[in-house]
Each structure stands twice: as structure tokens, then as C-alpha cells.
Design a protein around this ligand. Structure first.
Ligand code: G1P
Length: 308
């Protein structure tokens, strides 16, 4: 019980940066925000909101850009649609349609200019209550499963203070796509996946990468991050990087830890990662799993016989 109380006090607001243009998904993203593309039948933003709500968040703060109103609209009630489904006895669909509006409170903050992830996170400061000492940030491109990593991160913050991030171990050839951690072991730690962060660098070359442990889109950030974000300069890609603000806090002896996630992580931000997430969800689905598995076997066997 004691642990639970600590976890729930850790944060109330979960921030979801969703202001990007989704260029890797053009032409689909000309009119449909990337965050609304479905994994099976559920938009990525709803998956992230479900994770945030189940980890104790009471409010989702979506950082969005002009013209992406549909992302927030997904969390509003649609009474006409609900009445229509109810009248036709489509109760399973009705339940699905009601899911998003009932998850948690949803608000949005506009990021007018695309100046980077650090800038996007900085945009939410004014929307936080004065007593919110920490905030969770969930990048909607990252699908981290099974969910539950934020609870572990909250327990680490309750015990060790400061900020806590989620990491995954990536192949060496991928380090230049991520924020990479320099870490050291924590003495006498019960969970060997908890490590202390000594430094962090955004999108390093392999030669400059201090490890293969990469930031995986889940952050539990102390409120001090906002002050650090005001003090950074544009970094990798000419953007204001969240990584650089975290690195600044580390240099100033603010405790930063990671929890290494050993489960699945899909990158919904590009078509290949998105497709993998869809196949994974399909295979795990009661409704589509058997049919999809059978078809995949047949389809792959056809590939093999074509090669012989
Ligand atoms: C962002 C972060 C990076 C992190 C990555 C995880 O990069 O800047 O540190 O490792 O998300 O997906 P982006 O993918 O937006 O370039």
C-alpha cells in the first residue's frame, strides 16, 4: 500500500508531444494526423493515453500544432454516433467509441513553431499546477509493451528522487537515431534494470556513443526540467533537444536514472515500425490472431518456394 501511494503522488499530468508533421507518413499525413493512424482499430494516441491513465495520470496534455484538432477531438464524446450505434444494437462498437473520452481529462497546448522536442515539452509549463513537482512525458511514436514501465519509473523516483527515463538496448547500427545514455550501476539495487545516468547525448555517431542504451519515449521529469529547457541552445538537427536539457541537469548533479525495458518496443513513427506493431497486435488479437497467423505462414511459405 505504501508503495502505491508513492507511485500515485509521482505525477498527475502526462504530456504527449504530437505537433509534428508526420513527414515519414506522407501522403497519408496530408490530412490525417500521424497520431490518429490505427494499430488494428485503435489510434496510436489512444494507446498512449490508455497507458498514461493506467499508470495513474489524471490528465493528458497533448502538445499539438495548428490544424491537428482531430487528435484532441478523438477524446471527445460523439453523442450522435453513440445514439446511432445504440439504436442498432452495436454494443461492442459503442463500448470502443466511448473508451477514449472516458480515460482521463484531456487538454491541449499549441506549439506554434516546430523547434524540437525540448521546445514542445517547454510549452506545457504554464499549464501545470504549482504543486506538480514532476510530469510524465510519453512520445506517441514509441509503443512500449507490456505497459507498466511508468509505474516502475515512479517507484524509482519515489526512492531516489530526480528524473527517471525508460531505456531500451538497441543494435549498434541504430544508436544515431536515439538519445544515448552513459550509465553506471547503482550499488545494492534490487532491480538490475535500474541504472544511474552519468551523461546523455542526442543522436551520436557510433564512435561517440557511450553505450547502446537508448531513450525509449517515456520520461518522468522533475519540474526542474523547465528551467533547464530555458538554458539550452539548439542541438542535434538544429532543434531544442530534451536530451540536452537532461544532460544539463545531470551536469548539475540532479539525479537521473533509467529503467531498462526488456519487453517489446515498436516505433510507430515510420511505416516499417508501424507495420510491425500492427502485425504484433494482430497476432495477439482474439478476433484476428488465428486468421492472420495462418495467412502469414502461407504467405511466407510462398516466398520460400519462390526462392527455390
Ligand atoms: C526522440 C528523442 C530521442 C529518443 C527518441 C525515442 O527522437 O529526441 O532522444 O531516443 O525520440 O523514440 P526522435 O525519434 O523524435 O527523433
Amino acid at each position: 500500500m505504501k508503495k502505491e501511494a508513492g507511485v500515485h503522488k509521482a505525477f498527475r499530468t502526462a504530456v504527449v508531444p504530437a505537433a509534428g508533421m508526420g513527414t515519414r507518413f506522407l501522403p497519408a499525413t496530408k490530412t490525417v494526423p500521424k497520431e490518429l493512424l490505427p494499430v488494428l482499430d485503435t489510434p496510436g494516441i489512444e494507446l498512449v493515453a490508455t497507458e498514461a491513465a493506467s499508470s495513474g495520470a489524471q490528465r493528458l496534455l497533448i502538445v499539438t500544432s495548428p490544424g491537428k484538432d482531430g487528435v484532441v477531438a478523438h477524446f471527445m464524446d460523439d453523442f450522435d454516433l453513440e445514439k446511432h450505434l445504440e439504436a442498432r444494437g452495436k454494443l461492442r462498437l459503442l463500448e470502443k467509441v466511448r473508451r477514449a473520452p472516458n480515460l482521463l481529462e484531456v487538454e491541449s497546448v499549441i506549439q506554434d513553431t516546430p523547434l524540437g522536442l525540448g521546445h514542445a515539452v517547454g510549452c506545457v509549463e504554464a499549464a501545470l499546477a504549482p504543486d506538480e513537482e514532476a510530469v510524465a512525458v510519453l512520445l506517441p511514436d514509441d509503443l512500449v509493451q507490456p505497459s507498466g514501465i511508468l509505474e516502475t519509473m515512479a517507484r524509482v523516483r519515489a526512492k531516489r528522487g530526480g528524473s527517471v527515463l525508460c531505456a531500451i538496448d538497441v543494435p549498434k547500427s541504430h544508436v544515431s537515431s536515439y538519445g544515448i545514455f552513459e550509465v553506471e550501476e547503482v550499488p545494492n539495487v534490487a532491480n538490475p534494470n535500474v541504472l544511474r545516468v552519468r551523461g546523455m547525448v542526442e543522436k551520436p555517431t557510433l564512435a561517440d556513443a557511450p553505450s547502446t542504451l537508448a531513450a525509449a519515449g517515456r520520461y518522468l521529469l522533475d519540474r526542474k526540467i523547465f528551467d533547464a529547457l530555458r538554458r539550452i541552445q539548439p542541438g542535434a538537427g538544429g532543434e531544442l533537444q530534451l536530451t540536452d536539457a537532461i544532460a544539463l541537469l545531470i551536469n548539475e548533479n540532479h539525479p537521473v536514472h533509467i529503467v531498462v525495458h526488456r519487453g517489446t518496443r515498436h516505433d510507430l513513427g515510420n511505416p516499417e515500425g508501424y507495420l510491425r506493431a500492427a502485425v504484433d497486435a494482430g497476432l495477439n488479437s482474439d478476433e484476428y490472431g488465428d486468421g492472420l497467423r495462418k495467412w502469414l505462414y502461407e504467405r511466407l511459405a510462398r516466398d520460400t518456394s519462390d526462392q527455390t
